[in-house]
Write a protein that binds this ligand. Sequence first.
Ligand code: MRU
Length: 336
Amino acid sequence: MTAHSSSFHAIAWHEQSLHLLDQRVLPHTHQILKYHTAADVADAIRDMVVRGAPAIGITAAYAYALDALAGRDLDQAYKVLAESRPTAVNLFWALERMASLGTDDPHALVAEAKKIHDEDITANLDMGKFGASLLNDQCRIYTHCNTGALATGGHGTALGIIRSAVTQGKVSQVYAGETRPWLQGARLTAWELMQDNIPVKLVCDGAAAQLFRQGAVDWVIVGADRITANGDVANKIGTYSLAVLAKHHGMKVMVAAPSTTFDLTLDNGTAIPIEQRPMSEVTSLNGQPIAPEGCEAINPSFDVTPAELIDAIVTEKGYVLNPTVANISAMMVGNG
Ligand code: MRU
């Protein structure tokens, strides 16, 4: 496995089973759950035991291998995993890559899943270098959701760029948006950054506008769940608001994602399927109701940020500034 600095593993293959660090109970409880079937892993993805686009893809690849080990029907494994969450295209990319091997040999499939995992770490380390090169010295960064080692094979995408920039001495402050309703920023990003002694301040989602108005931020750096051919980006709900705010206040927006997050079959973001999650995630907190009984809510898990609000998209292949169909397609074929 490619070396990266995190002291924990969100996803691990161990003695023919899949181990997932339960992200629902972090940071105060460290619970490893063990899986032996693709159906149970699909539930784990849906229930947010593991989350983050690249991590979901890697997990699905291992889950497919689990069913091969047990001699179960791989078409069924593919189907049940593909139905777990709709927005992150990495899930479908990973399943296609596993199925396209055209084998039910468990050894070959476990090896392929490990390769997908390893390639993601390498991609993040490369992305870290490209992204960090775009940042100014003493950079003040605002990030949203969690895009770190928990959300990927390791190191992270947006958080990987922050890690790489910190090792170059370029970061003076990171602000982590709390990210309602799942609080990935408060529970996961703040925890990952504090473990690495990176200066982080937690921000209520609603406080971002005032912070930007004070001129306290240079770059907003976020991840992605799906990027279309023209550079529109689906990411955690709240990303679009941040991009609009950044534009208004003259701050720059960077999106970091591996090439496995691109869906070049879609012309633009209007066709991206947006996951709608249960109302109860908004009307309650830690199982306790916070809204009147019977109150309705909307809970889209992702939004789409149009390409014109994005200054840079960074991948392991390089980066594009002011994304367009032409510069994205050039980068994806290796001329970025
Ligand atoms: O609902 P989640 O926690 O899976 O959403 C995660 C995000 O939106 C991340 O920003 C994205 O997947 C990129 S993770 C490197």
